[in-house]
Every structure is written in structure tokens, then in C-alpha cells.
Design a protein around this ligand. Structure first.
Ligand code: NAP
Ligand code: MG
Length: 497
């Protein structure tokens, strides 16, 4: 592969370790959401390109150059990927900001986490191994973890490089080969990350990237008989569709889907910590987070005090040049997404809710053609409203009062989703009680962050299944083989012949 310039006018797809055009020669334009301006052209894959990529991935898997690579060497290559990413930290951050419109500080955190994901799995894979089981006398059984095969991975636009890392790192650590489809809105950092994988020594064919529309490229991946597993992060409706289609070839499936996560502030909470954490919980990444804490429940006794601070701080949030270190809230990913968000806000108004602040598109100086939406707080809602039940995926939070622990738990669980949740209280007993009763994959206690490399990330209910970012993820990229032997000496004659 040629020298790496992260910023280009045209990004090709990566198949079998090479940059290639689409067979059709078609391309599509990717944009900067902060300005609305075109950023680059990208090769647009079709079903035929997916076939090429699956063949390359299958060959790489069968020839075993990576799969049979001693695990310590695989680990060394993964650490090298991380160090090459680190050496290009600022370039990766800039490319991510340009393609996603997110703030510099958000992109910095996410690129750093992507790097640490490779480091985490470089270590974790060394300790990921089978077991020796207790057997009747004379028998011997061991299990070994073998890579599941060729993995199709489909990712969304909200955390482009981080999602690519969450998918690529555990899969290649386990010895799998990959065909990755980035989101059409944000394909760039996944492409350059794949190039870095090759630079660091991942053999050709192990990591392939096919940018293109979900309806054709995504579908071709999900239906391809040459793919053994599909790992998908995205919306719940598409997740259901994928699960159904993948059943035809009995692919292993893991799904990280939407959320509508509750954020409960009890009367004994540290109010300032809860205000900061709740602001971060909903407005980080411009609310475009599957684990966004978008339903805020505040105890009646502290409601006025909490809300006064929460509203004041929300109004002060800085929207601006995403490349400015002081910008706190970035752009919305697209005009379409902005309209979806505004549609939810309008539906809340029609349903009789009150928009306390925000609730409209804003013009940011110097970025007038970009997609910007004011951080929005909505009150006077009831629990059946669309705005309370459906994922908005934007900077919009609904706030409700509650009066006791039981009610808080009931409201928190009154959702079809089960991804994140947060609790603010100084009472450790209460924190434990409530954490035990919330039906969600993640509970944050007095903590603004939902995950670090090593902590399981994933959902209950319609937020999907499977866990990422943790050791358990390696089980989802491997099959367990049981080898059962008899060393008892005396021949066994179970049929009595
Ligand atoms: P999306 O529409 O579901 O798209 C996700 C990915 O699936 C994209 O790469 C998309 O391609 C592709 N896709 C679209 N239609 C497909 C099809 N029929 N078959 C196969 N693939 C298809 O979601 P999004 O709009 O990008 O992202 C927002 C959603 O993702 C939210 O609901 C959010 O909660 C969820 N999300 C969840 C997590 C998590 O970890 N649980 C993390 C991030 C986001 P195109 O880009 O070409 O459409
Ligand atoms: Mg979509």
C-alpha cells in the first residue's frame, strides 16, 4: 500500500490489502456537516465489490496467515496499530471532526479510545483461552477458542472511528477476517484505520472496507453465504431486519441498537455533579449517542434547585467551530437528521409539552450552511409521548419529576430499550438497590461516563444483545471447540460387541 496521506480528495475502498476503485467506478460524496460543504469522494461499493471483499477475507482466513499467527505476534501487531494511530493522533482527530462535525474535544476522546481498544485487545487476547474440564477417570477434555471466521461488520455515523475500532480490534485479535461497511455519511476514518492496520503488518485480506449504501452493500453482507457472523451497530429497525435476513445462512449475530436511557437524580445527590453529568449525558456528541441519557427524572424535593442550574448551564453551552478546543457542542450529522430531531420537538409541542430552552435550528457564525440545533430541554411531558418513548438521537432531553425510589425505577423501566442508565445519589445502598432493578446493560452511578476499554457495553431488551469493548466480546468472535479424548488404556466397547 502506498504512503499514507490522511487527507485526500478521493478515498478508495480497501480489498485484499489494496486500495481499489469500485468495479462500477462509481463514487459518492462525503460532506462536512459543520459547513455542509463536500469533503471528498469515496469509492461506492456494490454487491460485486462485496463478493470481492468476502473472497479476499475468506482466502485470508483459509490460508491462516493471520489466524495461525502465534497469539503473541498478533498482539504485537495490534499494539503497533495503536502506536501508529498515536503517531497520527492529531490527523485522525482532524479527519474525524471534518467528516462528522463533532467537537474537537469529543473527537480527541474517541480517537484516544479507539487507540486504547487496540491496546486492550492486544492484551486481552493473550489471556483468552480454553479450559480443561473435570472428566470421568480416563477421559480428558479441553476446549479451545477458534476464530468464528469471516465477519461482516456494519457501523453507524455517530462514532465513526470508535465504532470501527470496537469492531475491528476484537475480531482481528480473535483471528477473524473482516468485511467492514462504514456509515455512508462518515466513511473516512474507517478507511484510513484499515490502511494503518496494513501498515502495521496485518496481512492482506484480513481487514477489508467496502463503503456504500446500507440497502445494497449492507444487505449483500448480511445475505452473503461466505460470511459467518454479522456484527451490527445502528438503529433498532435495521437490526431486526438484519437478524431476520442473517437467519437464512444461520450467521452469528450481535446487535448494538438504539436506546432511551434514564438518568435519575435523587434528592440526596451532589447537585453540581448531577448537573454536570446530566449535561454530558445528553449533550455530549450533540446527543447523537446510543447511550444518551435522554430521559431525566429529578426528585421533587430538589427539582427547582436542580433545574435552575441545569437550564442555565444548557443555555451557556458553546456551539461553534468544531476544530476549536473550547467548542462544547458540535453539529448535527445531516439536514435529514436535523429534521428528524425538530420533528420530535414539534410533536412534543403538539402533545402539550413545554420547550424550556432550545427547540430550534441555530445559525453558527462562520458555519451558516452547516446543521446546528440548539440544546433542548422539554418538560410537562407524560410517559406515553413519542418524545419520551422514541429515540431522538439529538440534543434533546425530556425532564420529569418523581417522588420515591419505586416510582423512579418504574419510570426508568417503562421503555422498550435497555442500553444505558444513570443514578445520582450519595446513598450507596440506594444506588445498589436501584442498579439491581434497572433493566439495562449499563448503570452509571455518580459517573458521567458509560464505558472504558474493558467494561462491557451493550443492551437489554430492544437495545440488542452481545457485549462490546470487553473480554466477553472475544467469546463472540470465537467458537468453542471441545476436544474429548480417552486415555484410560483398557479399550472401551460401549456397544458391547
Ligand atoms: P442505521 O440507519 O441503522 O445505520 C447503521 C448502519 O447500517 C449504516 O452503516 C447503514 O448504512 C447500515 N444500513 C442501513 N440500512 C441497512 C440494511 N438494510 N442492511 C444492512 N445495513 C444497513 O443507523 P444510523 O442512522 O447510522 O445510526 C443511528 C442509530 O444507531 C441510532 O438508532 C443509535 O441508537 C444506533 N447506535 C447504537 C449504538 C450502540 O452501540 N448500541 C451505537 C451507535 C449508534 P448507510 O450509512 O449507508 O445508511
Ligand atoms: Mg440511517
Amino acid at each position: 500500500m502506498e504512503k499514507l496521506d490522511l487527507k485526500r480528495d478521493y478515498y478508495q475502498m480497501i480489498i485484499n490489502g489494496e486500495r481499489v476503485d469500485a468495479i462500477s467506478k462509481e463514487t459518492f460524496t462525503t460532506y462536512n456537516p459543520a459547513t455542509g460543504a463536500p469533503l471528498a469522494q469515496v469509492a461506492k461499493a456494490s454487491k460485486e465489490d462485496v463478493d470481492r471483499a468476502v473472497n479476499a477475507a475468506r482466502n485470508a482466513f483459509e490460508n491462516g496467515k493471520w489466524r495461525r499467527f502465534p497469539v503473541n505476534k498478533r498482539s504485537r501487531v495490534m499494539n503497533k496499530i495503536a502506536s501508529f494511530m498515536r503517531a497520527r493522533f492529531n490527523e485522525l482527530v482532524e479527519l474525524e471532526v471534518l467528516n462528522s462535525g463533532k467537537s474537537l474535544s469529543a473527537a480527541q476522546g474517541q480517537v484516544m479510545q479507539a487507540i486504547e481498544d487496540f491496546e486492550f485487545y492486544a492484551g486481552a487476547i493473550v489471556g483468552h483461552r480454553g479450559e480443561v474440564n473435570n472428566m470421568p477417570f480416563g477421559f480428558f477434555n479441553y476446549t479451545q477458542k477458534e476464530p468464528v471466521g469471516v465477519c461482516g461488520q456494519i457501523i453507524p455515523w455517530n462514532y465513526p472511528i470508535m465504532m470501527a475500532a470496537w469492531k475491528i480490534a476484537p475480531a482481528i485479535a480473535a483471528g477473524c477476517s473482516i468485511v467492514l461497511k462504514p456509515a455512508s455519511l462518515t466513511p473516512l476514518t474507517a478507511i484510513v484505520l484499515t490502511e494503518i492496520c496494513h501498515e502495521a503488518g496485518v496481512p492482506e485480506g484480513v481487514v477489508n472496507v467496502v463503503p456504500g449504501p446500507g440497502s445494497t452493500v449492507g444487505d449483500a453482507i448480511v445475505e452473503h453465504p461466505g460470511i459467518d457472523k454479522v456484527a451490527f451497530t445502528g438503529s433498532t429497525p435495521i437490526g431486526k431486519d438484519i437478524m431476520e435476513k442473517a437467519s437464512q445462512t444461520l450467521k452469528r449475530v450481535t446487535l448494538e441498537l438504539g436506546g432511551k436511557s434514564p438518568n435519575i437524580v435523587f434528592a440526596d445527590a451532589d447537585i453540581d455533579a448531577a448537573v454536570y453529568g446530566s449535561l454530558f449525558g445528553i449533550f455530549y456528541n450533540t446527543g447523537q449517542s446510543c447511550e444518551a441519557r435522554s430521559r431525566l427524572y429529578v426528585h421533587a424535593d430538589i427539582y427547582e434547585e436542580f433545574m435552575e442550574k441545569f437550564i442555565e448551564k444548557t443555555k451557556q453551552l458553546r456551539l461553534g467551530d468544531p476544530m476549536d478546543q473550547g467548542t462544547q457542542v458540535g453539529a448535527i450529522i445531516s439536514r435529514d437528521q436535523l429534521e428528524v430531531i425538530d420533528g420530535y420537538v414539534q410533536s412534543a409541542i403538539e402533545d402539550g409539552a413545554t420547550v424550556v430552552t432550545g427547540g430550534q435550528e441555530v445559525k453558527v457564525e462562520g458555519f451558516e450552511n452547516g446543521y446546528w440545533y440548539a440544546p433542548t430541554i422539554i418538560t410537562d411531558v407524560n410517559h406515553d409521548m413519542k418524545v419520551v418513548q422514541e429515540e431522538i438521537f439529538g440534543p434533546v432531553v425530556v425532564v420529569m419529576k418523581f417522588s420515591d425510589e419505586k416510582e423512579a425505577i418504574k419510570l426508568a423501566n417503562d421503555t422498550e430499550f435497555g442500553l444505558g442508565s444513570a443514578i445520582w445519589t450519595k446513598d450507596q445502598g440506594r444506588a445498589t438497590r436501584v442498579a439491581n432493578q434497572i433493566r439495562a446493560g449499563i448503570v452509571m452511578v455518580n459517573c458521567p461516563f458509560s464505558a472504558f476499554p474493558g467494561t462491557p457495553f451493550g443492551g437489554y431488551k430492544q437495545s440488542g444483545f452481545g457485549r462490546e469493548l470487553c473480554i466477553e466480546t472475544l467469546d463472540l468472535y470465537t467458537e468453542t471447540k471441545s476436544v474429548l479424548a480417552y486415555y484410560g488404556g483398557k479399550p472401551l466397547n460401549p456397544l458391547g460387541v
